[in-house]
Design a protein. Structure first.
Length: 322
């Protein structure tokens, strides 16, 4: 049923083309009791099996090119990953190769080679604490019970929500303070090494830029936003010896995490297309610097497919206008 609907009016090609783009962050070695919705290898393999049954998977740059020319095949879908986690190379790549699929990996370049994103400092601090309660009142973040996986998840979500929109330096400082107060040991192997980025590219995957430090662009000056975007592009071009034409806005919500002027900056620094995290599909007249992305997390083929179908109905996804 899903295939028939997608072949018909829900995902046609040509001048009526609808480009679906999936977004992932991690593919874990085993299920995470704190974040059970994050796919592990088995789950990712299952999802790609469904995708392969229903969609034509293309590289993002190729799909964007065909979309703009009114030549997109029916049921076209692209796969993307954000941030640059090591498990993208270690776990996701073999599954993608098994299914004969390509994906685009957007890298926040300052965290390569032993770095750690501020949110992961918070997550790992709470995950690894041996305390049943985490008192963060001193730094304005409340008191949290963290004895069970569910309590740890609730604490993490609360803390991240409170500091997500602070300036990058302030976020890092607060995350470091949380780790110290939690008494946790933190991993420095969460993110990819430079050689793993090369392995992805050499395996037929695409590499895109995701800024240097993963800031909320809407909170930066235009000069700082340009520096972040251009800097990650230049780093990756030097690393790989090739043009980097694709960009992903950190967090990616239009008019909240990035503004319309950042789409202009993305074009000015030399990107050919950029992606957001607004759900929906891109039509041939879409702004190629605000391509929507979406991922259904349903655990049965029927629910997964139906949610994908619902997403194809969002033909005018949110875009930044301010």
């Amino acid at each position: 049923m899903i295939s028939k609907l997608l072949t018909g009016a829900m995902a046609p090609g040509g001048s009526q083309g609808r480009l679906s783009t999936l977004i992932f962050h991690r593919v874990l070695s085993e299920p995470d009791p704190i974040f059970p919705g994050e796919p592990d290898i088995r789950r990712f393999d299952e999802m790609l099996g469904w995708v392969k049954r229903w969609f034509n998977v293309l590289p993002l740059d190729r799909a964007v090119h065909l979309l703009a020319r009114n030549e997109l095949p029916a049921r076209t879908l692209t796969i993307t990953f954000d941030d640059g986690y090591a498990d993208n190379a270690e776990n996701a790549l073999p599954v993608l190769q098994k299914h004969g699929m390509s994906a685009t990996f957007f890298i926040a370049t300052s965290f390569l080679n032993g770095g750690r994103m501020w949110n992961d400092t918070v997550i790992e601090a709470v995950r690894n604490t041996d305390r049943s309660e985490l008192d963060l009142i001193e730094i304005g973040l409340g008191r949290h019970t963290v004895a069970s996986p569910d309590e740890k998840r609730a604490a993490i979500e609360s803390i991240l929500r409170q500091i997500k929109y602070e300036l990058p330096a302030d976020r890092l400082e607060r995350a470091a303070a949380i780790a110290k107060m939690a008494g946790s040991r933190l991993s420095d192997r969460l993110m990819m090494r430079s050689d793993q980025v090369r392995v992805l590219r050499d395996s037929g995957m695409q590499i895109g830029a995701h800024t240097l430090n993963h800031p909320i662009l809407a909170r930066l000056s235009d000069a700082d936003a340009r520096f972040e975007m251009q800097g990650s592009k230049a780093f990756l071009e030097d690393l790989l010896g090739e043009e980097i034409p694709l960009f992903a806005y950190p967090n990616g919500r239009p008019d909240q995490d990035y503004l319309s002027r950042h789409a202009i900056i993305a074009r000015e620094v030399g990107f050919a297309a950029a992606v957001s995290t607004a759900p929906g599909v891109a039509l041939p007249d879409a702004d190629l610097f605000q391509i929507p992305r979406f991922t259904p997390w349903d655990r049965t083929a029927m629910r997964f497919g139906l949610r994908m179908l619902m997403n194809t109905r969002v033909t005018r996804p949110a875009v930044a206008t301010t």
